[in-house]
Design a protein around this ligand. Structure first.
Ligand code: ATP
Ligand code: MG
Length: 259
């Protein structure tokens, strides 16, 4: 099983879009996938028209009940988010082992969770305790970066914060960190043929942690608006040549991200 958290300090960079589309892609390729929405904006949860207040991810933190794994379709399930996750996050601050509550929940539910080939997690644009909990259970953190000055600043900030978290959340006896996630960057929303986007791509490629580059395309925006994953559009008739090319490029990008 592989656990991947999409995280970025900056908002609107494509975390939810990529969680949704990469998760659906993995599932379409025959993997059993669990999506977890840990953002109190609940965007991913609402993509599936789920508006529940019970059995959400919040119950793992406030012990108000059991988190429910909702089956969305064959090979795809979701633990929904709660609008209360931000206040739950505030209440965690005085709790012991506050970054490892998700870690303990995974250990307690491993028998059920081991049915999944991938767990893909969406987060709020922050480095809150809830987000840290998601990172602590992950093998990888995938961070989408947009071509802007602020995009690069948030890239550096995330690297620093992750390092701090690794240094702090340790087993006091062995001094080994509980946080082992590898950070990977994904350039997203790259406009074609502008000088600044070329510079952005060059700068991103200098970093060995960069694993993918995704262009800015209306069809991506459409997929979130219509709640229709890109992998489902591939089979549609009447697609323009450029959309066909884009979808086959995305296929390769997701293939690489799944490795
Ligand atoms: N490659 C792309 N091309 C075109 N539009 C994109 C692309 N990636 C993301 N978008 C659009 O950008 C908007 C923001 O994306 P998304 O909601 O996934 O960001 P986010 O990082 O989850 O935001 P937040 O931090 O608020 O949760 C959405 O409307 C989405 O459709
Ligand atoms: Mg989002």
């Amino acid at each position: 099983m592989k656990i991947i958290t999409f995280s970025a300090i900056k908002g609107g960079v494509g975390k939810t879009t990529l969680t949704f589309n990469f998760g659906e892609w993995l599932s379409a390729k025959g993997n059993n996938v669990l999506l977890i929405d840990s953002d109190h904006q609940c965007s991913l949860t609402q993509t599936y028209d789920i508006y529940t207040t019970e059995g959400t991810i919040a119950s793992i933190f406030d012990k108000s009940g059991e988190a429910k794994i909702i089956e969305l379709h064959k090979n795809l399930s979701l633990i929904p988010a709660s609008m209360d996750l931000d206040s739950v996050n505030n209440e965690l601050q005085t709790k012991p082992n506050k970054e490892l509550l998700m870690y303990m929940w995974v250990a307690d539910h491993y028998n059920k969770l081991k049915e999944f080939d991938y767990i893909i997690i969406d987060t709020h644009p922050d480095f809150s305790t809830i987000t840290q909990n998601m990172i602590a259970i992950s093998d990888f953190v995938f961070s989408p970066i947009e071509p802007s000055e602020y995009g690069f600043i948030s890239k550096t900030t995330l690297e620093l914060r992750l390092k701090q978290l690794k240094d702090e959340v340790i087993n006091v006896q062995t001094r080994e960190s509980f946080v082992t996630a590898e950070l990977k960057f994904i350039g997203n929303r790259i406009k074609s043929n502008t000088k600044s986007s070329k510079e952005f791509v060059e700068k991103m490629m200098e970093d060995s942690k960069t694993i993918a580059m995704i262009p800015e395309r209306e069809v991506v925006n459409k997929s979130t608006l219509d709640h229709e994953p890109l992998v489902e559009m591939e089979g549609e008739t009447g697609l323009s040549k450029s959309n066909k090319e884009f979808l086959s490029k995305i296929d390769k990008v997701f293939e690489k991200m799944s490795k």
